[in-house]
Design a protein around this ligand. Structure first.
Ligand code: TRP
Length: 333
């Protein structure tokens, strides 16, 4: 562990024009928090993005916007290492090595692949999509990450990463740190506004608050959030998922507990709850969008920050790859 601090690594895909409220309150806030207590590496995973077809201009734009948003969220690129995955060639290099340690059957059991492949139509999924979790393992193992902050949906990929690390170490001698999943359970869980039993996701735009959207659209969406006919504001995600989601959103945006927020609404109607949700969300989204635009308006500085991140990442990744190559018996170049 460098400087006695645990090493943390996480990644986010540059596959949307804007991050959504769930990304910010669930993941990015955690990243910001962890940069102090950990030696943090945060990666914009553009190699993962091309596991499904992308247009070049869109991917380029979204990579820049994603990088800017990570910084706008409060990740300090001088303190944490923020970098773009394709700028660190060791990721693809280690992924190949790890693919050769992975059983075909083992990779075939990954449920996220099965879900994504089923959605795209039989036989349409790329081999890259199939090996996605192995590239993710490479991301993690290159940096000797102790902890990997991710959502619940990434648990199986983390298990695979741990299995691959353990297996490689057994076959070739100690090479990789076996990482722990750090499931962000205490991060705010933000649900879809239109379908509050599902997690907020960019693939259901109707119930998704995109942070870089015009405030008017954000307001409209929150105002049309699904509630219920109980007429009482409680925090009970099982019985009142829509109302509880709005309470949770207000709580997360204003740094309060849901219970504390609920106490404001004794005998108050849902209309007021929604108005307050609009105000709370805009108080976070508007400065976030402004900061993102400022960063994007200075491409030279943005490129400089990316270069700093890539250099720092390579300095950590290259020795791990060299050690791996040595362990495998590759002749030194
Ligand atoms: N698969 C992750 C997700 O969809 C993104 C990711 C790629 C990642 N590489 C990673 C997360 C490494 C943590 C560590 O959320």
């Amino acid at each position: 562990m460098a400087q006695g601090k645990p090493r943390v690594l996480s990644g986010i895909q540059p596959t949307a024009d804007s991050f959504h409220l769930g990304n910010l309150l669930g993941a990015l806030r955690n990243w910001v928090h962890l940069q102090q207590e950990a030696d943090a590496y945060y990666c914009i995973v553009d190699l993962h993005a091309i596991t499904v077809p992308q247009s070049a201009d869109t991917l380029r734009e979204r990579t820049l916007v994603s990088f800017a948003q990570v910084v706008a969220a409060g990740v300090d690129p001088e303190q944490a290492c923020v970098f773009v995955q394709s700028q660190v060639p060791e990721h693809a290099q280690l992924a190949w090595v790890l693919m050769c340690q992975t059983g075909f059957g083992e990779a075939s059991r990954m449920t996220q692949f099965k879900d994504k492949a089923a959605k795209g139509g039989a036989g349409q999924a790329s081999v890259g999509l199939f090996t996605y979790p192995i590239l993710q393992a490479a991301d993690i193992l290159l940096y000797h990450a102790d902890r990997v902050p991710v959502g619940e949906d990434q648990r199986q990929h983390l298990e695979l990463t741990r299995d691959l690390a353990t297996r490689f170490n057994q076959r070739y001698g100690p090479t990789f740190t076996v990482p722990q999943a750090y499931i962000m359970a205490h991060g705010a869980k933000i649900a879809d506004l239109a379908e509050p039993t599902a997690k907020m996701s960019k693939s259901s735009p109707a119930g998704c608050v995109f942070l870089l959207d015009p405030p008017k659209r954000i307001e409209k969406q929150l105002k049309s959030a699904v509630t219920d006919s109980e007429g009482v504001v409680r925090f009970d995600p099982e019985r009142q998922p829509g109302v509880s989601n709005l309470v949770g959103i207000i709580a997360a945006c204003t740094d309060r507990t849901p219970q504390d927020v609920v106490s404001d609404y004794d005998g108050v109607l849902y209309g007021q709850l929604k108005k307050d949700a609009v105000e709370a969300v805009l108080s976070v989204a508007v400065p976030f969008a402004e900061r993102t635009r400022e960063l994007l308006a200075d491409p030279t500085e943005l490129e400089r920050l990316m270069a700093v991140g890539a250099a720092k990442a390579r300095a950590a990744a290259a020795p791990t790859l060299a050690k791996t190559y040595e362990a495998l018996g590759f002749v030194r170049g």
